[in-house]
Design a protein around this ligand. Structure first.
Ligand code: FES
Length: 166
């Protein structure tokens, strides 16, 4: 075997191949990092259309049995941002969320709702007495659940004057 052919055989042997340089390693690391970041972004964007919280499950709330709201009563439920009324025609509820920009309107002893943010004033039945609110306060859907409790759905509005006869 000549000296020349012995040298070329040694060069082809994996033991004598040049090790990967630091630059090659960093280049590969950058490529794999980019692939991983793109994959994570793709997975995240695929999840976007799916809400993690379904509004239906939060908007339907039991507020106790009708006896809790005797005839003539006015009950504030601040956690739901609504008022429950019981008059001669039945039960109804009015949202205290101002229809202008969503501030919470307070209700005074005379039944008038006043929004502290921009001065809207609403009649006891929610109709606008003074703007800038464009529409009346919302009347909220109310019904009875199978266990006899009152059920409100804060995502559903009903026409003004709608009552639940009890
Ligand atoms: S948010 Fe109520 S008047 Fe503007």
């Amino acid at each position: 075997m000549s000296k020349l052919s012995r040298n070329s055989a040694l060069e082809e042997s994996p033991r004598f191949q040049e090790p990967a340089s630091r630059r090659d390693f960093l280049g590969l690391a950058a490529i794999w990092s980019a692939v991983a970041a793109f994959g994570a972004a793709l997975i995240g964007s695929l999840r976007l259309p799916m809400p993690s919280v379904f509004p239906e499950s939060n908007s339907r709330v039991k507020i106790g049995h009708p006896e809790r709201y005797p005839k003539g009563s006015v009950t504030h439920l601040p956690e739901l941002r609504l008022w429950v009324f019981h008059d001669a025609k039945g039960l109804y509820s009015i949202s205290s969320i101002c229809t202008h920009l969503g501030c919470i309107a307070g209700r005074s002893a005379d039944g008038i709702f006043r929004c502290p943010c921009h001065g809207s004033i609403f009649a006891p039945d929610g109709k606008v007495l003074q703007g800038p609110a464009p529409t009346p306060l919302h009347w909220i859907a109310m019904g009875l659940s199978p266990d006899g409790q009152l059920l409100v759905d804060t995502a559903i509005n009903v026409p003004l004057g709608t009552r639940l006869p009890v």
